[in-house]
Design a protein around this ligand. Sequence first.
Ligand code: PEP
Ligand code: MG
Length: 313
Amino acid sequence: DRAAAASAPITDGALADGTAVPLLANLGNADGAADAVALGAEGVGLFRTEFLFLSSNQAPTVEQQREAYTKLLAAFPGKKVVVRVLDAGADKPLAFLNDAHEENPALGLRGIRALRASEDILREQLTALAEADAATDADLWVMAPMVATVEETTYFTELTRDYGIKTAGVMVEVPSSALLADRILVDADFASIGTNDLTQYTLAADRLLGSVASFQDPWHPAVLRLIREVGDAGRANGKPVGICGEAAADPLLAVVLVGLGATSLSMAPTALADVRATLLQHTLDQAREIASAALAASDAASARTAAQAAATR
Ligand code: PEP
Ligand code: MG
């Protein structure tokens, strides 16, 4: 239970059979790094860079960004730190980047699409990241949000490597990129599944709209099937597949995600203890069986019930 998990020793994330499942932190700014380390984060699986941009009506300078990224990377010597380039638009609008008059901003010029339309902002961000990388010894991975095509993947990975950044990947949070993950993972070094947006787009239900909130459930087997596609593609290409959406913070769903092929899980640091404790109760074979039970369900509620039953067998 929660109390037992909180008092259990902090070990690296692993299944009962010893299979390592690195447990990483989602961070919204570098100030959260010390708490994440104290709670046992083995690195950062999602660093959201929007905070640097949201508080102002113009982009931060390269120097301001370098300082923020250096502070982050310095807190994780020798550890993996996955930084997402600016994800502007829809639920994270930016006056100087997004058109406020789009009728459907979630389907508009957002994420990597918006960055391509203002490529100088992306180039400045990559410059600052490369400089922070050179000044520290964390293992920097950089990824693009809202990638929908193989072409966007190639664009982003080539541009990122031009800046000397060694590891370039994409977020899979649009169904098209989940379905094409086997192609995307030819160019990308890794994929990280954003289950919040992947659920929104799979169920066609605005994640910010209360009247359709019941659709925003990552247990939905349609979402799980897409995640399985990505897991299979990762295995086939020998590339890591992380999860960085809220789903990874649900301990039983975390087991399902590993069973579907996720190789690391990233979450709010306060969720790490419960997920760590639950992973230790199942082997990889069991996680795959629990995932199969969830995949066979017709809806989110029965997927959870089926997974729960399979987990206690
Ligand atoms: C996601 O969509 O799951 C995700 C991790 O990104 P964000 O919540 O920042 O859109
Ligand atoms: Mg997202």
